[in-house]
Ligand binder design. Structure first.
Ligand code: HEC
Length: 326
């Protein structure tokens, strides 16, 4: 009856526990939360997470095929995929390394004297070489050796003029058909982005240029094809082009096949990523700034939290009533 009339009072009375019991709890109440039920004890949680995991794997496989950790059957043989290139220690590979600019300069010479007769480098202008591999005057002189069509002039006619810094590298062929006709049907690709466009990047280009050999027994090549195990399929329309002593470097470096391949690969890597040196420099600066900011924020956080972390909370339980419970 009483509890019906005074529900609050009744609740308070029944909630009252012995002060000793209370003390035991109160001591730790600021640091220990009530023990919660483990997530693994809940069947719904376990069944739910299993369903989510299985569902995501199924969805991934539906979109992209078999997950990469499982073996996959392939219709291609290893030869059809091309041999995996060796990983070479190019000077610019480290996280803090820039390009070897002497190699870019020599590589330009190899490109100009050997590759440029078949391959264009459409995205590179003469001005891009300035300060990278050559001086302004050197580049101006090189550009002026090439004739470019310009115009129209006052009479409305196109005319030829020597190249300027702003002109792009001249292409060896006027169009794709001419390029194919000059190479037995094979199209020499533009080399501007070739390092980025091929799996294996610089390692692949170097391996390709130095990897020509006789076809192994049983391999039949189509007419006019050359064998190179690094090229997918093995038969490539480009013949071996680099031979010891093919070019004469101004800095006296011996022009071995591997030296020329390394230099031209470094040059092509620069052509594909001219921002490379700047990018790594900025990355390092960003790392240093962010590290300092992180250190400062850790300090400030500890400073601001210090009095919260070091305070002590003591619970002073109410004294038992002198005449016992009401
Ligand atoms: C005589 C012409 C010729 C010369 C010189 C030449 N190439 Fe090629 N190159 C080709 C042709 C043709 C192809 C296309 C091959 C194919 O698709 O089978 C090709 C393809 C390539 C490829 C692409 C391979 C791929 O994975 O698709 C690269 C890279 C390459 N050449 C680099 C060079 C470099 C570097 C030089 C100079 C050292 C050079 N080439 C000199 C004709 C030439």
């Amino acid at each position: 009856m009483l509890s019906q009339a005074f529900p609050r009072l009744a609740a308070r009375a029944s909630a009252r526990v012995s002060p000793l019991q209370n003390l035991g709890k109160a001591r730790f109440s600021s640091t220990h939360a009530a023990p919660s039920q483990s997530i693994f004890a809940s069947r719904t949680a376990v069944a739910g997470s299993t369903a989510i995991a299985a569902g995501s794997i199924a969805w991934y496989s539906h979109l992209y095929g078999v997950p990469s950790l499982l073996p996959e059957a392939s219709a291609n043989s290893a030869a059809e995929n091309g041999m995996h290139p060796t990983s070479y220690p190019f000077e610019h590979y480290g996280p803090f390394e820039t390009f070897n600019h002497q190699a870019i300069r020599r590589g330009y010479q190899v490109y100009r004297e050997v590759c440029a007769s078949c391959h264009s480098l459409n995205r590179i202008a003469w001005r891009n070489l300035v300060g990278v591999s050559h001086t302004v005057d050197e580049v101006k002189a090189m550009a002026e050796e090439v004739e470019y069509e310009d115009g129209p002039n006052d009479e409305g006619e196109m005319f030829q003029r020597p190249g300027k810094l702003a002109d792009y590298f001249p292409a060896p062929y006027p169009n794709e058909e001419a390029a194919r006709a000059g190479n037995g049907g094979g199209l020499p690709p533009d080399l501007s982005l070739i390092v980025k466009a091929r799996h294996g990047a610089a390692d692949y280009i170097y391996s390709l240029l130095t990897g020509y050999c006789d076809p192994p027994a049983g391999v039949k090549l189509a007419e006019g094809m050359n064998y190179n195990p690094y090229f997918p399929g093995g038969g490539i329309a480009m013949a071996r082009v680099l031979y010891d002593g093919l070019v004469e470097y101004d800095d006296g470096t011996p022009a071995t096949t591997s030296q020329m391949a390394k230099d031209v690969t470094t040059f092509l890597n620069w052509a594909a990523e001219p921002e490379h040196d700047q990018r790594k420099k900025m990355g390092l600066q960003a790392l240093m700034i962010l590290t300092s900011l992180f250190a400062i924020s850790v300090y400030v956080k500890r400073f601001k939290w210090s009095y919260i972390k070091t305070r002590k909370i003591v619970y002073d339980p109410p004294k038992p009533a002198r005449h016992g419970p009401l």
